[in-house]
Design a binder for this molecule. Structure first.
Ligand SMILES: Nc1nc2c(ncn2[C@@H]2O[C@H](COP(=O)(O)OP(=O)(O)OP(=O)(O)O)[C@@H](O)[C@H]2O)c(=O)[nH]1
Ligand SMILES: [Mg+2]
Length: 334
């Protein structure tokens, strides 16, 4: 697309939105009842990361030969009765500098793609990610996709997580997830999009299977603890639960200065992470298929709630979690 065409499309889009805005005024009362069904998603990533290929896969147009994106492609995509406008942004540097910021600021969700087989550009991609993600709306979910997972030299999620220091998202209360996909084969593409949709519709927020949780104060005194799951499974978790309690004390003291995440995968079969917020520390054991980032996200949200209502911290953690949030505890709801 030439720059002239691009500008023309932007002007058309602007006009369409203005008209839509006028219509929305009439439809507002209906919209507030049924909720939003139109969202915009910005796709970011260095050139050749696979953004256009991903959109083409979603649109089932993957027989088309993709070309480098000049400027931005605006694509409409319908999924689960919702309409998405995808801002498929050109990844070459001139487009990053001239266009990205204004599209990111407008987007309801942001997807960042990295070519997980192009190790040589990880550093550049990392700098780009951390620079531009600051422009996203605070409420916008961010999905980090390790693309080209079909290639034999593609890095695993754990390594990408480390290289890109994605744990920094601990300090950032926005919904965040990382997934491995292949825009070429379609592997993981729809489940990734499902996550975006679920977050935008507010359905996914608390659907995390929690095995056990321990809440302590920052001196390591355990305030409350909860063990979830069916009785037969509890025996299995119980051993880890003991360790979890010991570690909560230990790390509560160690994390006094700053929010930190400690991955204890070597100690547990399950992912366990540890965070501090305000006066409290919380550790949870979550379903191993969920990424570590999901555990961190849910911990922060729970802690935020406890920080707002300090008296709740003294109550039984299990009761509070089960009564307040539609949590999927292990083995189903009790
Ligand atoms: N093996 C493999 N190749 C892929 C995958 N996704 C994209 N590609 C290839 O990578 C190249 C670049 O893909 P594009 O979709 O054009 O990348 P882009 O991020 O849109 O690039 P720009 O528009 O320049 O920013 C193409 O040759 C694609 O066929 C993938 O998952 N696996
Ligand atoms: Mg492209």
């Amino acid at each position: 697309m030439s720059f002239y065409e691009f500008r023309k499309r932007i002007m058309e889009e602007k006009k369409r939105r203005e008209q839509q805005g006028q219509q929305t005024k009439v439809e507002t009362s209906q919209e507030s009842v049924v909720g939003r069904n139109k969202f915009s998603v910005a796709l970011l990533g260095l050139e050749r990361a696979g953004k256009t290929s991903l959109v083409k896969k979603l649109l089932k147009q993957d027989d088309i030969v993709v070309r480098p994106t000049y400027g931005v492609n605006l694509e409409n995509y319908q999924y689960r009765d919702l309409n998405f406008t995808c801002f498929d942004l050109g990844g070459h540097q001139p487009f990053r500098l001239s266009l990205w910021k204004k599209f990111i600021e407008r987007a309801d969700a942001v997807i960042y793609l990295v070519d997980s087989a192009d190790h040589a550009r990880f550093d550049e991609s990392k700098q780009t990610f951390w620079h531009y993600i600051n422009f996203a709306k605070q409420s916008a979910p961010v999905l980090f996709l390790a693309n080209k997972g079909d290639l034999p030299n593609s890095k695993e999620l754990v390594e990408i997580n480390e290289s890109f220091e994605l744990d920094k998202f601990l300090r950032n209360l926005r919904p965040f997830n990382i997934k491995k996909v292949s825009a070429l084969t379609g592997q993981g593409v729809y489940s990734a999009w499902d996550w975006i949709v679920d977050v935008l519709c507010g359905a996914q927020q608390w659907k995390v299977k929690i095995g056990a949780a321990v809440l302590s104060d920052i001196d390591g005194n355990i305030l409350s603890e909860a063990l979830f799951g069916r009785p037969s499974e509890q025996a299995l978790v119980a051993n880890d639960f003991k360790k979890l309690k010991e570690l909560t004390k230990l790390f509560a003291i160690e994390t006094r200065e700053s929010i930190q995440s400690v991955k204890l995968e070597s100690l547990y079969k399950k992912h366990v992470s540890h965070v501090k917020r305000g006066a409290y520390c919380l550790s949870v054991m979550i379903d191993p298929i969920d990424p570590v980032t999901r555990a961190q996200q849910i911990q922060l949200r729970i802690l935020e709630n406890f920080s707002r209502n300090p008296t709740e911290a003294q109550k039984n953690l299990g009761e509070v979690l089960e009564s307040k949030f539609p949590l999927e505890v292990e083995g189903g709801r009790r």
